[in-house]
Design a protein around this ligand. Structure first.
Ligand SMILES: [Zn+2]
Length: 80
């Protein structure tokens, strides 16, 4: 009879530990992944004049075409 009691106690112990581990795993899954500045995606566009690849925010659009700088937009005959 004592053995049975011990067996049940061990089962409860295993169940308790598993529940704790599961709760920790859920907590980890809920935390959103931290995104750094580098991993933030930004569109990379190709300059119409020289073909260099530049992040969209660093270039400019003239007449619906992308240029790496206002110099190149002007060189390609666009008014900037
Ligand atoms: Zn260019």
């Amino acid at each position: 009879m004592q053995k049975l009691f011990l067996f049940v106690l061990v089962l409860i112990g295993i169940w308790y530990v598993r529940r704790l581990l599961q709760r920790n795993a859920e907590k980890d899954a809920q935390q959103p992944a931290v995104r750094s500045e580098e991993t933030r995606s930004e569109a990379i566009c190709e300059c119409r004049h020289c073909g260099v690849l530049v992040p969209e925010s660093e270039g400019l659009v003239a007449d619906g075409e992308f240029f790496c700088s206002s110099e190149h937009a002007r060189a390609a005959g666009r008014k900037v």
